[in-house]
Design a protein around this ligand. Structure first.
Ligand SMILES: [Zn+2]
Length: 213
């Protein structure tokens, strides 16, 4: 089961990936983690990556694909994998296809976890955190019984400055710009399934399992 999950930030894709890892016993492979690990280990690719980052350059697609190839050769990836953070554009998607064909591990499914942008904005903008116990509320979806007061400990609820509408809308804009072409790309290949990302985690996961089965 070789998977890619697509979905907006804050849309629950990470939670679903973790559940897939548990159910199917396949690794989630994050290119960010791969890069950090390679740099820390000082491998040949890691040294190249470090040189690029130290010079303030982007790490090349070729190098990232090299890391993915190394990672997919490990035993735990034999039964499948979930790729996280790659590809981010269609050029990368094409290169990834070539690699996966070469190692005979073509994608079995690309799943888009779809959540309305309006909901994603409210999830962020409405978030309130208890200053005392850290409990999390949302003024739209999980309001405290009394405004700005924690139900559990009566502590004061605070709104983080970076949980603002401008920041989340800008992140969603970047996501849409990057992901829309990928959605088309995988749709054309017949690999894309879209699932509704709203509701209880278990219900969403049932949709996920149906989509990848
Ligand atoms: Zn509290």
């Amino acid at each position: 089961m070789n998977l890619i999950l697509l979905g907006a930030p804050g849309g629950g894709k990470g939670t679903q990936a973790k559940l897939l890892v548990e159910k199917y016993n396949i690794p989630q492979i994050s290119t960010g983690d791969l890069l950090r690990a390679a740099v820390a280990a000082g491998s040949a690719l890691g040294k190249q990556a470090k040189a690029a980052m130290d010079a303030g350059q982007l790490v090349s697609d070729e190098l990232v694909l090299g890391l993915i190839k190394e990672r997919l050769a490990q035993d735990d990836a034999r039964g499948g994998f979930i790729l996280d953070g790659f590809p981010r554009n269609t050029a990368q998607a094409e290169e990834l296809d070539k690699l996966l064909t070469e190692i005979d591990a073509p994608l079995s499914r690309v799943v888009l976890v779809d959540v309305d942008f309006d909901v994603l904005v409210k999830r962020v903008v409405g978030r309130r955190t208890c200053k005392a116990c850290g409990d999390i509320y949302n003024i739209y979806f999980k309001p405290p019984a009394k405004a700005d007061v924690c139900d559990k400990c009566q502590g004061e609820l605070a709104h983080r400055a970076d949980d603002n509408e401008e920041t989340i809308k800008s992140r969603l804009g970047v996501y849409e710009e990057q992901t829309a072409p990928l959605i088309d790309y995988y749709q054309d290949k017949g690999l894309l399934k879209t699932i509704d990302g709203l509701g209880e985690i278990d219900d969403i996961f049932a949709r996920m399992v149906a989509a990848v089965s």
